[in-house]
Write a protein that binds this ligand. Structure first.
Ligand SMILES: [Zn+2]
Length: 381
């Protein structure tokens, strides 16, 4: 196992590649992005907008796959206000909301004056599938994530709106199975956020294919018929979650710091993924499996953007990244009706003991792994 010398990303993260100098792939991508001619890329985006503007007469001319988050504010601003498109927002409803997230969602529609199409997933199906995904994959909200990816595509096909806009290309920017730089988001469904798992794994007497429609990706035939053209905005404009947050705040977006609603344990910031509570238990699960979660991810982004030193992030990772916030866990366990002691037994099953060890009954990075993190070095595991 090794840590990047520049950021704090470990190669235990799935698909994470390093070069001979011990620098991770996303750090190298960040260097490449500084050389891009962004004016030229913006022109390409204007041409794309010209191609689709008015394609459906007075009906919507593009779909923006969005949530109540800071990036969605930026996406809607660009397409509605700068490119003068008539977008339809397509979103999958959270299973629980923070008050701050509810404010941000309502404010997004009001502030920019847009229509939204929201899929609220069947809570009975969610509950059953979250429990199954927790126990089988250690990825509790697999079904929800799958719906977030599939639903904008299937809605675009049904409504005959070919252009679908996503925010950042997570595979290219942060590492994943598809690492080539491309404006097209067509391969996104096979990225690793909600990996393809055969439906037979999930179905039983109570849950059939009729119950999982929101998470079904359209067929190739349907995609070709509509000439579906999903795109990443991050290909056309420099992408920074931090800058998007700063922009969104000028348009009424609030962070958890702004509202004082909740100071999350296990986090470096209080502005990213702040709309849901229990969902973040899923995010935390990366820690026992791979030895990192949100502090590592956001901290690495900040290092690449020159916002913070590696030493400071290392300190924060050691201090916070292993923590599972009590409110997150309680909310998630309530939703799936699960006992906390049974949850921790599942965690024990998935914990990678080469990377983490129990100290005072809590999963933490092993001491030699912590040392490798500090040094930006390799460790034999
Ligand atoms: Zn790196």
């Amino acid at each position: 196992m090794r840590y990047c010398k520049k950021c704090v990303m470990p190669d235990s993260r799935p698909y994470m590649k390093f070069d001979k100098e011990g620098i991770c792939y996303p750090c190298r991508v960040a260097e490449q992005l500084k050389k891009i001619d962004w004016k030229k890329r913006w022109k390409e985006l204007e041409m794309l907008a010209d191609q689709y503007r008015g394609i459906n007469g007075d009906y919507y001319d593009c779909i923006i796959a969005a949530s109540s988050g800071k990036d969605s504010y930026f996406q809607v601003h660009v397409f509605k206000e700068k490119l003068h498109m008539n977008p339809l927002i397509v979103s999958v409803n959270n299973f629980t909301w923070t008050k701050t997230g509810e404010h941000n969602w309502n404010n997004l529609l009001k502030e920019f004056g847009v229509d939204a199409h929201i899929m609220s997933l069947n809570p009975q199906v969610c509950k059953t599938l979250f429990r199954k995904a927790l126990e089988k994959l250690g990825s509790p909200t697999w079904y929800f994530d799958r719906a977030i990816y599939a639903y904008p595509y299937s809605t675009a096909v049904k409504l005959n709106i070919p252009l679908v806009i996503y925010g950042e290309d997570t595979n290219y920017l942060y590492g994943g199975p598809h690492t080539e730089e491309t404006p097209s988001a067509i391969k996104q469904i096979t990225n690793d956020v909600a990996k393809p798992v055969p439906w037979e794994v999930w179905l039983d007497d109570k849950i059939t294919m009729k119950d999982v429609n929101p998470a079904i990706f359209p067929t190739l035939e349907q995609i070709n018929k509509v000439k579906l053209d999903p795109r990443f905005l991050s290909y056309y404009m420099p992408w920074s979650g931090y800058k998007n947050m700063e922009f969104a705040r000028t348009r009424g977006f609030k962070t958890l710091d702004d509202t004082g609603e909740w100071k999350r344990d296990g986090y470096l910031e209080q502005y990213d993924q702040i709309d849901s509570v229990g969902y973040l238990t899923h995010t935390w699960f990366k820690f026992p499996k791979f030895g990192h979660q949100r502090v590592t991810e956001v901290g690495s982004l900040w290092i690449r953007e020159g916002r913070i030193s590696r030493e400071k992030v290392v300190e924060k990772v050691l201090e916070e990244d292993w923590k599972l916030d009590k409110k997150m866990l309680k909310d998630f366990l309530n939703y799936i009706n699960y006992k906390e002691e049974d949850f921790w037994k599942v965690v024990d099953r998935f914990a990678n003991r080469d990377i983490v060890e129990k100290r005072d009954g809590i999963w933490r990075l092993r001491k030699n792994v912590e040392q490798a993190l500090r040094n930006g070095d390799e460790v034999k595991i």
